[in-house]
Write a new protein. Structure first.
Length: 388
């Protein structure tokens, strides 16, 4: 499509996810636009009968619609159970997801999965596709995505006034459409686009018997004003801002704020922090306004605070990032940037890990593997259901 990407190549079945490809390996001209990315996309599904690669601009993602969709040819873009394609992407801010068609047990095992849920009803004939619920009306996330982009601030609802579950992608304001970020080519003028310098950092490998572990919730650790950091949507110098906060200080409850408190952690004699879930999850999963309150105005709402409900195992929780919130200035709920905001989240997380290691602090991640945010058969279809 003009201005978005060049004609697709067949691509490779590995590595999984979205990965950058050297132009020489892709047999592309080195004279092409320097700003363009050559990206290989690969996703596994043993049961899908067709796959479409969906691309989003930031504006279209916020509006709940795709910007462009590319139908993958099963003869050219499939190897075994892996669907793949290679694109020269001209807009590095684009994001992506997938539509998949396949069997659906609620629809009698047809090949073009219809809508989710519904049920076959008592006495219905046994399904020819037990366990499958393909639904091509849903745009899925890549299970291997390293950044997932959607809402910018923790606890903030998605755009209002949209026909969720109808003409608009996404299930509700608590489950607006999200998309996956493209990898960075590095070498950009902006700091977040430059290759990350680990400066020789390596895992510390402190013996288990020597560990002094501090179990920590990234948001909770610096959420209180006494942390000295700014709150979300609050200008530096506001009345409720802690006196030590400055315009350059990170936001409370973020990786960057935690990084600035590492000397305090070291002073306690701690040499390992165990982070409660920091992979992408939806804190609005169990959203409800508490009885007798004014809800969002006072913050009296029920959230999934702990995060044991994974949306993406390889993507840092974006709303624990000062950079993600900064992408949406005060009073503006819709960030202007797309994939670059996801790359900024990754950089902020890496900076935190590197800073921990430089102080002799191990980083342990608390991860739950026995369930995801998709839950049981009544839960939302996000990505994992289709990858078996």
């Amino acid at each position: 499509m003009e201005g978005l990407f060049k004609p697709a190549l067949s691509g490779c079945p590995f590595p999984m996810g979205a990965s950058l490809v050297e132009r020489s390996q892709a047999s592309l001209s080195s004279s092409a636009a320097a700003a363009s990315l050559v990206v290989n996309f690969a996703v596994f599904s043993s049961a899908a009968t067709s796959v479409r690669l969906c691309l989003f601009s930031r504006a279209d993602l916020d509006a709940g619609r795709t910007t462009a969709e590319l139908e993958l040819d099963p003869l050219l873009n499939r190897t075994g159970d892996v669907w793949h394609a290679m694109l020269e992407v001209e807009d590095a801010e684009l994001m992506y997801g997938y539509r998949m068609s396949g069997p659906n047990q609620e629809k009698g095992g047809g090949g073009d999965g219809g809508g989710e849920g519904g049920g076959a009803g008592a006495g219905a004939a046994p399904s020819a596709a037990p366990g499958h619920r393909f639904d091509e009306s849903v745009v899925l996330l890549d299970p291997y995505a390293t950044s997932i982009i959607g809402r910018a601030r923790f606890g903030e609802l998605g755009p209002e006034g949209l026909d969720y579950g109808g003409a608009v992608l996404g299930l509700a304001r608590t489950w607006p459409q999200a998309a996956c970020g493209l990898p960075s080519a590095g070498g950009g003028a902006e700091e977040d686009e430059a290759p990350f310098d680990w400066e020789g950092d390596r895992p510390l490998r402190t013996p288990m018997e020597d560990l002094v572990i501090y179990e920590m919730h990234v948001r909770g650790f610096t959420a209180h004003p006494s942390s000295g950091f700014r709150s979300e949507g609050e200008e530096a110098g506001a009345a409720e801002t802690a006196p030590t906060a400055s315009s350059s200080s990170p936001l409370r409850g973020t990786y960057a704020a935690l990084t600035e408190k590492l000397d305090y952690i070291s002073s306690l004699g701690v040499n390992a922090i165990e982070l409660l879930p920091v992979h992408e999850f939806n804190e609005l999963e169990y959203y409800a306004v508490l009885p007798g309150s004014d809800g969002e105005e006072s913050g009296a709402i029920r959230l999934n605070y702990w995060g044991y409900s994974t949306v993406g195992f390889f993507a840092p929780m974006a709303r624990f990032s000062s950079a993600a919130a900064a992408a949406a200035p005060k009073g503006q709920k819709k960030p202007k940037s797309g994939s670059s905001s996801g790359r900024a989240v990754i950089r902020e997380f890496k900076e935190m890990v590197k800073a921990c290691h430089s102080r002799g602090i191990e980083v342990i991640m608390d991860v739950v593997f026995n369930h995801t945010a998709e839950g049981n058969e009544k839960g939302p279809s996000l990505s994992f259901r289709y990858d078996f």
